[in-house]
Design a protein around this ligand. Structure first.
Ligand SMILES: [Zn+2]
Ligand SMILES: [Zn+2]
Length: 235
């Protein structure tokens, strides 16, 4: 038994795990609430939403985007359980939620991504320095690091983000203008990502404008293929 696990077991006895949704003493999420999360079984074109199994942009839409594929884990549907999980992950950082997210990301990725090879690099959606100061952590980065470690892939924090107004507070059209030229490739990576495939990790994707801006910046380094992997797509 490792030291970490025995400490976990003692903590479990002193502070039994409660479901973050209904409060039942069982686990961080009881079986009932866990079952209410709908895992995406069929991905769609991220733009026109036509079903196409693996989430690639269809022939009609692909020209307007810089990335190639979007793989989602959960249906959002304003699911309160998922919202609570994400909030608890962001503000309390529960290790069990992190593990649950990573294993779901891994399952969905292995189901819908076909070209796993040594040229695959994991990159997180960046957070501006100002927002980092407020939040303390970039959670997309934590997910990306743990995901890369689990799958034994290279991790690269290749992008940086200029501070702009909070996207969530803006209307759709203002979001697009707000984002323009706000995400950049770090200078040190300009010449070393040539011909690589990137798995770009985010927690909740909304309009795809952020991941598209990231992809635009990544394409400056001659990236071959970009697959966005996220927990869910919000509204
Ligand atoms: Zn519950
Ligand atoms: Zn389409």
């Amino acid at each position: 038994m490792s030291v970490v696990y025995s400490i976990d077991m003692i903590l479990d006895i002193l502070f039994p795990k409660r479901c973050i949704n209904c409060g039942k003493f069982e686990d961080f999420l009881c079986l009932n609430c866990k079952n209410s999360l709908k895992v995406v079984g069929f991905q769609r074109c991220p733009n026109c939403k036509n079903k196409n199994f693996c989430g690639k942009l269809c022939d009609k839409c692909v020209e307007n985007f810089y990335f190639d594929q979007l793989i989602l884990c959960f249906l959002y549907d304003r699911n309160t359980v998922l919202q609570k999980l994400v909030v608890n992950f962001k503000y309390k950082f529960l290790r069990s939620i992190n593990e649950f997210f990573i294993s779901t990301l891994e399952n969905q990725f292995s189901k819908f991504f076909y070209d796993l090879n040594k040229n695959v690099i994991v990159v997180p959606v960046p957070m501006s320095r100002e927002k980092m100061r407020l939040r303390g952590e970039n959670h997309a980065k934590i997910l990306a690091q743990n995901f890369a470690k689990k799958l034994n892939l290279n991790f690269c924090d290749a992008l940086w983000r200029d501070h702009r107004e909070d996207q969530a507070k803006l209307k759709r059209i203002d979001r697009l203008i707000n984002l323009q030229n706000s995400i950049f490739l770090k200078k040190e990576y300009v010449n070393c990502l040539n011909d690589k495939t990137v798995v770009l990790i985010d927690d909740i994707v909304t309009t795809c404008s952020t991941v598209n801006e990231c992809s635009k910046a990544l394409k400056m380094a001659n990236i071959k293929y970009i697959c966005v992997l996220a927990l869910a797509r919000g509204h």
